[in-house]
Design a binder for this molecule. Structure first.
Ligand SMILES: [Zn+2]
Length: 347
């Protein structure tokens, strides 16, 4: 069976790939048959640009890191997972002995090996060997498609955790892409009374508005700060989540923020940006950054299982594995209204 291989920038192929046979099952590992893999903005960026910052594709690499599947084999020391278990996987494997990992900060371990980040292969392929410690069982009422959403959802849950959401907080999420929407869902689940979501795409904003106590703001025709002030008696929002990655949006994060508010930067910025320390200072703003996530996969699974979070409206399109090259071409064209596209592997 084939893998989806990024040969080089703008060149994808579905072909046999030797890594499959080379992977050895260690005592603490499980072998997983992949079921569903979501297409992430980073996968698309590797495809269209051949790299992201210091991570450049120098040899053929399998794409995909948002995945769910079924355990088909377990290592001799694995407890708690059995062949046949339905699972989702955390795609970053840190060095267990590193200082960052020992401090519990494993996501910022400089040695972390993350799927589909060169030179590490992703999982748009038949099977993968993965540490059991980063493999999470999903209950029967959570589908493989939802389970493959746990990875992006984890970013939102980590951001809401960093923001220390309190019941009744009002938040603004800048950007209604997949990460913006999972952040809005996480903020609501964490206790926000209302979440404003800003974007320029009406279809995505409509979807955002359907997710709960969400007020959409189209910044192409509405003034963001004015709208926020109108709705909060001029006070501002307690939390701003920057999910757009737009330098201009990121520079303005303090304008809609209330005194002693919190800002979480989530969207990645290719270049340095400017922000006003003066505006942050007069508000005594707290600024946080997130890099992926840590310790939140079990929480995400629990919220999907209980219904506290429903990610299903975010999955807007599914492709068969045989059509995955086409799926990436479509994803690269950034079609309006599409949020999360997923690929289903043959079972
Ligand atoms: Zn992702």
């Amino acid at each position: 069976m084939k893998s989806l291989v990024l040969e080089e920038k703008m060149k994808l192929s579905l072909r046999d790939f030797p890594i499959e046979k080379e992977e050895v099952l260690g005592p603490h590992d499980v072998r997983i048959k992949l079921h569903t893999v979501g297409i992430c903005g980073s996968d698309v960026h590797y495809y269209t640009h051949g790299g992201i910052g210091v991570f450049q594709v120098k040899a053929p690499m399998i794409l995909g890191h948002e995945a769910s599947g079924i355990v088909i084999e377990k290592g001799s020391a694995v407890t708690g997972l059995e062949p046949g278990d339905r699972v989702c996987m955390e795609p970053g494997i840190p060095d267990p002995l590193s200082r960052a990992t020992r401090l519990g900060l494993y996501n910022v371990d400089p040695a972390v090996r993350f799927w589909a980040t060169p030179p590490v292969h992703g999982v748009l392929r038949p099977t993968v060997v993965h540490p059991a410690a980063f493999t999470f069982k999903i209950p029967d009422n959570v589908s493989f498609a939802e389970a493959a959403m746990v990875e992006p959802l984890a970013v939102g849950v980590h951001a809401a955790t960093k923001a220390q959401v309190k019941p009744g907080d009002i938040a603004l999420v800048i950007g209604a892409g997949p990460i913006g929407l999972v952040t809005a869902l996480s903020a609501l689940a964490a206790g926000c009374a209302r979440v404003f979501v800003s974007d320029v795409d009406d279809t995505k904003l409509e979807l955002a508005a359907s997710l709960g106590a969400v007020t959409p703001i189209n910044v192409a025709r509405q003034d963001l700060v004015q709208e926020i002030h109108k709705a909060t008696d001029g006070w501002g929002v307690e939390i701003v989540f920057e999910c757009s990655g737009s330098p201009k949006a990121a520079e303005g994060v303090f304008d809609p923020l209330c005194p002693a508010g919190r800002v979480v930067f989530i969207g990645s910025q290719t270049h340095d940006i400017h922000y006003s320390v003066g505006k942050a200072m007069v508000r005594e703003a707290r600024v946080e950054h997130v890099f992926r996530y840590a310790h939140v996969f079990p929480r995400c699974v629990a919220m999907l299982a209980s219904g506290a979070i429903d990610v299903r409206p975010l999955i807007t399109r599914k492709f068969a594995f045989d059509d995955s090259v086409e799926a990436f071409e479509i994803a690269a064209s950034a079609p309006k209204g599409e949020v999360k596209m997923q690929i289903e592997l043959p079972q």
